[in-house]
Ligand binder design. Structure first.
Ligand SMILES: [Zn+2]
Length: 311
């Protein structure tokens, strides 16, 4: 048994003082829990940097025993307000994966709008009724709705069937133009803020992204519009990846031997071929488990969710 062949990668999204915030219902990691988790991980593991992982993938360097690698998705302000200072105080590097459009255009991604809609109510049944009503209003039929409910009204590891139904419907099950309208309508009703104001507060800016890099953090690609790449044509995937690389270049992040973090963990063979042609070294999925450090398969590394470890 070789302990060196497995890497523990952790995946984080929201990390903030949640209970004290105005959205105590947001599904994320309490900042205090994050600190405890870092204590726990520090006792067991050796944290590695993105550069060490890339050097390993190129065959240039071995990794320490019990390596652990920390990743932060989606470019939240949390990452510069809470995560970076905490990591700096512990001399740990984090890897950050902001979706380019959210950062540059200050656009709210639907996936996050849905999180704050859900965090703004506890009556999920009423939310489902509201969602179904909006779906009919924007042209959905009752028979389609029944089949959608049969497919997506299913509880997950972390969420009830009602919550999962809202997430599935508004993140991918409905056609983009319908779900964007429904998200906008529900966001207005439940959150009561404009999405542009909200995006300004939710996401790091271009300047913040540069600050992460100046402080020794790693910034990699999380796409441009945060799309399900496996549902896009090859040319659309190329565009999406190229735009994210332009963003990385602009903020001073590496674009040769770089790291891709698939939005929603979604990719296909086209994605892998595109990444190989663009000198991508590492691909991060959302499949749960230890990352198998087989150098031939570094574009499909598994990650643990923060909830899989003591907090
Ligand atoms: Zn993401």
């Amino acid at each position: 048994m070789s302990a060196m062949k497995q890497l523990t990668i952790l995946m984080y999204h929201y990390v903030r003082p949640i209970k004290k915030s105005i959205y105590p219902g947001i599904k994320g990691l309490e900042f205090e829990s994050f600190k405890r988790q870092l204590d726990y991980l520090s006792n067991i593991h050796t944290f590695i940097t993105a550069e060490q992982l890339i050097a390993y993938s190129l065959g240039n360097q071995e990794l320490p025993l019990k390596p652990c690698y920390l990743t932060f998705d989606d470019g939240f302000k949390d990452h510069i307000d809470y995560v970076m200072p905490e990591l700096l105080s512990r001399n740990i590097q984090g890897s950050f994966f902001p979706p380019a459009d959210a950062i540059v255009k200050r656009e709210m991604l639907d996936v996050h709008a849905v999180h704050f809609i859900l965090a703004s109510t506890s009556d999920y049944h009423a939310l489902v009724v509201e969602l179904n009503g909006a779906y009919r209003e924007y042209g959905g039929t009752t028979s389609n709705l029944e089949s959608l409910q049969n497919t997506w009204y299913i509880a997950s590891r972390y969420d009830s069937a009602e919550i999962m139904y809202v997430k599935h419907m508004l993140q991918h099950a409905l056609p983009l133009h319908i779900r964007s309208q429904i998200v906008a309508k529900l966001f207005k009703k439940y959150v009561g803020r404009t999405q542009s104001d909200f995006a300004e507060e939710l996401y790091i800016s271009t300047l913040d992204t540069k600050t992460l890099i100046e402080n020794g953090m790693y910034v990699g690609s999380h796409g441009c519009r945060h799309l399900w790449l496996n549902k896009e044509s090859k040319s659309s995937q190329i565009l999406e990846i190229d735009l994210s690389l332009q963003f990385l270049k602009k903020v001073g992040a590496p674009t040769k031997d770089w790291i891709m973090c698939y939005p929603y963990g979604a990719y296909n063979n086209n994605t892998l071929n595109i990444l190989k042609s663009k000198n991508c070294s590492i691909g991060l999925t959302t499949k749960s488990g230890f990352a198998d450090l087989d150098q031939s398969n570094m574009l499909e590394l598994r990650r643990f969710d923060t909830n899989d470890f003591p907090q």
